[in-house]
Design a protein. Structure first.
Length: 342
């Protein structure tokens, strides 16, 4: 048999769907009359539709007498299938309808504390969708998205919860930075092992209470000692301490773009200490996302990291030449600033 003939047999026409709808309503109400009233049809039309189904499939769907009407085993099976079919049709129609509806209402968003860099992007989003109200919680605590009542969350790392859908919206790198003044006084580390003689400032994760390790290459193992000179629960004070010459910090690159461009911080060991993290939007699994959720994720995917930011960061990072050039530049900058102050 040809493929076209097989496909033709599998097609369901409108009359068949109407017959299935008539059967489903009659089965749920146990009455042709009530089903006809709901569908604006006569009880006779409902009975004929059921009869066509029984004749087509050569099964009895109802056991009927003058007082009662019950489903046969085949009828119960068909009823379950009909519920699934019409439920899917209803979902598709809702999805198509929602695509035409402008996003409105409240959108509860959970963001990590380091996501303050997203503020300009969120500002643009709010102007683009004035009828949508954002309620944002900045927290590193492991509050469940579903139990916490959030519509969506932005997070890094893997998404272990199978009840959540995720979409990658960006990425960032962890880099080591220090101020020119600090480097002039303490020297420029040329290898990861050199960090043992430096003041290294670390971040403590509020969610776990643990001090976050710097991304030392796996090839070096656990033998590399990175001292803990100071600890803070937020990157902002660590970055400020680094600018003031208190030590070196390992931070997400997007948090120090301005400082790298201005020269108040210098990127170090970019070929030895580096780790890329993925930024994901996650939300409760739902086959058909609400318009407000869909536009939010799409907007973040398009605008979270711009090409201009990447270009500035690339220019501000450690030069592609050897480490000695970085050391010399940092020292010269520090000396010139000291001379100017004097």
């Amino acid at each position: 048999m040809k493929a076209s003939q097989k496909n033709k047999r599998r097609m369901i026409d409108v009359d068949s769907l109407n017959a299935l709808s008539a059967f489903m309503h009659a089965a749920e109400m146990r009455s042709f009359t009530e089903a006809g009233r709901l569908l604006n049809l006569s009880s006779s039309a409902i009975g004929k539709a059921v009869a066509r189904l029984e004749e087509r499939h050569r099964v009895r769907l109802f056991n009927r007498n003058t007082r009662t009407m019950t489903l046969t085993q085949e009828g119960r099976q068909l009823l379950n299938s009909c519920k699934t079919i019409f439920s899917e049709i209803d979902k598709v129609e809702k999805e198509l309808a929602s695509a035409k509806v402008a996003p409105t209402g409240k959108l509860r968003v959970k963001l990590p504390l380091l996501a303050t860099f997203m503020t300009p992007c969120l500002s643009h989003f709010m102007r683009a969708y004035p009828d949508l109200d954002l309620e944002i919680d900045y927290t590193d605590h492991s509050t469940e998205i579903i139990d916490g009542g959030y519509d969506i969350a932005v997070q890094t790392g893997d998404v272990p919860d199978s009840q959540l859908i995720s979409r990658t919206i960006g990425s960032y790198r962890l880099i080591v930075v220090g101020s020119p003044n600090y480097l002039a006084q303490s020297g420029v580390p040329e290898t990861v092992e050199d960090l043992a003689s430096h003041s290294c400032l670390h971040r403590k994760c509020l969610a776990t209470g643990k001090v976050e390790r710097w991304p030392v290459p796996k090839s070096l193992g656990d033998d590399v000692l990175i001292p803990i000179k100071g600890v803070a629960s937020s990157f902002d004070p660590l970055i400020l301490l680094a600018e003031l010459g208190a030590g070196l910090v390992c931070v997400p690159d997007f948090l120090v773009r301005r400082q790298l461009v201005a020269g108040s911080l210098v990127a170090l060991l970019s070929r030895q200490v580096e780790q890329t993290e993925t930024i994901r939007a996650v939300w409760p699994s739902n086959r058909y996302a609400a318009p407000k959720l869909r536009v939010f994720v799409d907007f973040l995917s398009r605008n979270l990291t711009t090409g201009d930011d990447k270009a500035h960061l690339a220019d501000a990072r450690e030069p592609k030449s050897d480490v000695n050039r970085t050391s010399r530049d940092a020292l010269l900058l520090a000396e010139s600033r000291s001379a100017a102050l004097a």
